[in-house]
Design a protein around this ligand. Structure first.
Ligand code: FAD
Length: 809
């Protein structure tokens, strides 16, 4: 055997075993066998064996490894590890990981993804959507709500309460509906298609708020008293965390409660005097019970030795003395009930703490745990539902509206934004379905909920801007017939609430992802914080050597994927999606490697390098969005007619990943490491392109043509053709216009003239008088013309009507 061959085999063995993530002992044994083979062929001598022993023995003998390697490493780790506040620690501890962990660890199991059950509605949930949800959608006049009365009308409030819209999360035994997360999502999607005010009003009590907190942490007495009242709409809840001084940094609220004795309902009780100043609180102006977050203090040590208890949540009836409530904010012309509240020295018994005094100081944990669920439902569903309806409406408008003698939707310039809207609608529905499905499987997916919240609200914002551009002046002029502008105005609200997006992107997604999804980091941090030094060393030793092997493995995988173009990676399907799985696996390995290298090079500094963590978070997020899209395609029976949506959406995700990695490497603080990373990940440069014009054109055409794919895209939205429903009417006009095209063409051919495609009633008269078309055909042209005129019309007003100032008569 030649030394060159031996070195080649040794290199291949090292590469293969690290790629396959074998254990250190297996690797040592395999390498020893190869050394023995080398000795047999006189290639390996005593010096090489000595060198091998010096390296391999300490690594494989626990005591030596722990004393001489792990212990100094642990000391170093303690020095450089990021300091975590208790609120950060509780946020990290909250929730669970799911498929996000697979994506983070470099080797996603696609079979597992596709084996997760597809969420389905129960008959009761379906009946609710077909019944009360459909009914309330028909009751909505969004212009009346947003412009004329700045509230839901009393009959809608009554209907919502009577039909338990505020009780979707409340258990049946308390009189609630006890719907799955998936069903809640479907209800909100449908509601938001007709009115953001309606969807926000229903979404909030079913998300983070007294209902959720009581069910999870309330005492039996609190549950028995409040939950039936919340379910029947007797109580209107709100949840007040944000204050003028503490928005994103909600853990820093200055609001406080001081434990003391006092009089409550004629009795002397141990209670707390609460003082707060909150703002932006949804439903506060009409709330009867306030879920209040404040810092509990016990200066006189009446409860125990502890003086500072930290963030605590209590339920405060809003009719108590010294509470100011009722004033409203005016959020961007989407006038759902939202406003400030203040309280000064409001005395309540300690029993008012959610979960009683045993839960004093547990408020932050409660909030972040509930947010792990709620954040994946309300805002992502409202965004997805809104864009599904907008996609259909914009497709219809593009086909109906003509300029330069052709539907605007056939112009390449319009096809581009239209395709983005269509692909986003497909992906957003996929993400809400998969994420709520995870919740229904018992997960509290904190990283996934942050991804869904951030990306779906951003996609909603960018898609509504695309839709506005396509509609031109029709989108700009407000009025009862403008079905877009309120969504456009309201988009930043969803972006700002439940963790404003910049913060969510910069800190939460990767910050939680890196610690929760990484197979070893959490164990390392826990070991470093363990006061039992022997146990700490044991745990750290196990975690750090696992971590080193994991990093080496991800470098090997990344290199292998780059050299082979990831062509040898497994893919569960051998069709048009085959390559997507391979590329997602490759980028998953890249993410795992980049994450470890960033932690290694930057240490605690990574926490402050928000742009690095934001880009790592972008990679994780896009992997998740693409996975959800592929899962939807599979769950729906791999219908090839829907393939353009999948291709556009997944290729956009892949392109975004490439862009995020490129930006990360370009801005990586250590330039030598950056060069090596680029060499490993992009040895031949960046090669992925945005979705092609051909795919975009296919998506745009689907949106403009009634058919099964288009129907699937808008599934579950309120499209009933009852005459008052703008979106149902648009669908009807689209069909009429398409049916008229052939009739119009017939008349043109018979007359050997190119007639304009407007004044279709006149065209009908002409066709009829020349005996070219039947009466039915003429009628269709006339109906289509009425519809067409309605579609292109915009509202106008008397000048006095627009003045907000109405002089008193
Ligand atoms: C309409 C509406 C309804 C709401 N409903 C409720 C409710 O019912 N209950 C409730 O308690 N609260 C509610 N909120 C509050 C909401 O959760 C806060 O607005 C949100 O937490 C952001 O706080 P802020 O607006 O004060 O922004 P700020 O905290 O002042 O942030 C300003 C900007 O800085 C960014 N930022 C902050 N910190 C960082 C960081 N470390 N890194 C990078 N960027 C950062 C943010 O992302 C944001 O873009 C509501 C808000 C609105 C507008």
């Amino acid at each position: 055997m030649d030394i060159i061959i031996w070195l080649f085999v040794a290199f291949s063995l090292t590469w293969f075993m690290s790629y396959a993530r074998t254990t250190l002992s297996s690797f040592t044994l395999a390498f020893a066998a190869l050394m023995a083979l080398g000795s047999f062929f006189n290639i390996i001598g005593i010096v090489s064996w000595l060198l091998f022993a010096v390296i391999a023995l300490p690594l494989n003998i626990d005591n030596i490894r722990q004393q001489f390697i792990s212990m100094p490493l642990l000391a170093l780790f303690k020095k450089i590890m990021p300091r975590m506040s208790s609120t950060e620690q509780q946020a990290i501890d909250a929730g669970t990981t799911w498929f996000d962990a697979d994506l983070f660890r470099g080797d996603p199991d696609w079979e597992k993804l596709h084996n997760y059950p597809r969420p389905r509605l129960s008959p009761q949930e379906q009946a609710f959507i077909d019944g009360p949800v459909e009914q309330v959608c028909a009751m909505v006049n969004d212009w009346h709500i947003t412009h004329e009365i700045a509230d839901l009308p009393p009959e809608i409030w009554k209907f919502l309460k009577e039909n338990k819209f505020f009780a979707m999360i409340i258990k049946k035994k308390y009189g609630g509906l006890e719907f799955s997360a998936f069903a809640q999502s479907r209800v909100l999607q449908k509601l938001t298609g007709v009115s953001s005010v309606l969807a926000s009003t229903v979404g909030v009590p079913n998300s983070l708020g007294p209902g959720e907190l009581l069910q999870e942490y309330g005492t039996k007495e609190q549950q028995d008293y409040y939950l039936p009242r919340l379910a029947s709409g007797k109580e209107i809840p709100c949840f007040a965390l944000t204050s003028p001084e503490a928005g994103s940094d909600a853990g820093a609220i200055p609001d406080y409660g001081i434990i003391c004795h006092g009089q409550f309902e004629g009795k002397d009780v141990l209670g707390m005097k609460l003082t707060w100043d909150k703002r932006y609180i949804t439903l506060a102006p009409i709330a009867t019970v306030l879920g209040l977050a404040f810092k509990l203090q016990d200066p006189d040590q009446l409860l125990s030795d502890k003086k500072e208890w930290g963030i605590t949540c209590a339920l405060i009836p809003t009719n108590l003395p010294n509470i100011i409530i009722g004033r409203r904010h005016f959020p961007l012309n989407i006038p759902f009930q939202n406003g400030p509240t203040q309280g000064t020295d409001v005395f309540v018994p300690l029993d008012f703490i959610i979960g009683g005094s045993a839960m004093a100081g547990q408020g932050w944990r409660m909030v972040v745990e509930c947010l792990s669920i709620g954040r994946a439902i309300t805002l992502p569903s409202n965004s997805a539902g809104g864009i599904k309806t907008v996609a259909l409406a914009t497709g219809a408008y593009s086909r109906i509206r003509r300029q330069f003698k052709m539907p605007i939707g056939k112009m390449e310039g319009i096809e581009e934004p239209l395709a983005r809207i269509g692909a986003n609608a497909y992906l957003m529905d996929a993400v809400t379905t998969m994420s709520t499905g995870a919740i229904d499987l018992g997960e509290k997916p904190s990283v996934i909920s942050a991804i869904a919240k951030y990306h779906l609200t951003e996609k909603m914002r960018s898609s509504i801007i695309d839709a506005m551009d396509i509609h031109g002046g029709k989108g700009i002029c407000l009025g009862p017939n403008n079905y877009l502008a309120r969504g456009y105005q309201g988009a930043p609200i969803a972006v700002t609430v439940e963790g404003a997006n910049i913060l969510t992107r910069s800190l939460i997604i990767y910050g939680q992802g890196a610690i929760r999804c990484h197979p070893y980091v959490l164990a390392e941090l826990e070991a470093a914080n363990n006061s039992d030094s022997e146990q700490a060393l044991n745990d750290f030793d196990h975690a750090i050597f696992g971590h080193i092997g994991f990093t080496i493995s991800n470098i090997s995988r990344s290199l292998w994927c780059s050299i082979t173009g990831s062509r040898f990676l497994n893919s569960p399907f051998n069709d048009e999606t085959h390559r997507y799985y391979q590329l997602l696996t490759r980028f998953s390995a890249n993410l795992a490697m980049l994450s470890d290298i960033s932690m290694l090079i930057l240490g605690a500094e990574l926490k402050r390098k928000e742009r690095i963590s934001a880009r790592l978070g972008d990679v994780l997020s896009q992997l998740y969005l693409a996975s959800a899209t592929l899962k939807r395609y599979n769950d729906e029976g791999r219908k090839t007619a829907d393939l353009p949506f999948v291709q556009h959406a997944v290729e956009d995700c892949l392109y975004s990943i490439q862009h995020a990695i490129d930006e990360l490497i370009s801005n990586f603080p250590n330039k030598v490491v950056a060069k090596l990373l680029r060499l490993i990940i992009f040895p031949l440069g960046m090669w992925l392109k945005k979705p092609s014009d051909e795919i975009a054109q296919k998506v745009a055409r689907i949106l403009q043509t009634p058919g099964a794919s288009r129907t699937r895209l808008g599934q579950g939205q309120y499209l009933t053709r009852d005459g008052n429903n703008i979106f149902g009417k648009l669908e009807q006009v689209l069909e009429d216009i398409i049916n008229c095209e052939a009739i119009h063409e017939k008349i043109c051919r018979a007359l050997n003239k190119t007639l304009p495609f407007y004044q279709l009633d006149k065209v009908a008269e002409l066709g009829l008088s020349e005996n070219i078309i039947s009466k039915d055909e003429a009628e269709l042209l006339t109906t289509a013309e009425t519809g067409r005129q309605w579609v292109i019309a915009v509202d106008d007003f008397d000048s006095k009507e627009l003045s907000a100032f109405k002089p008193k008569i």
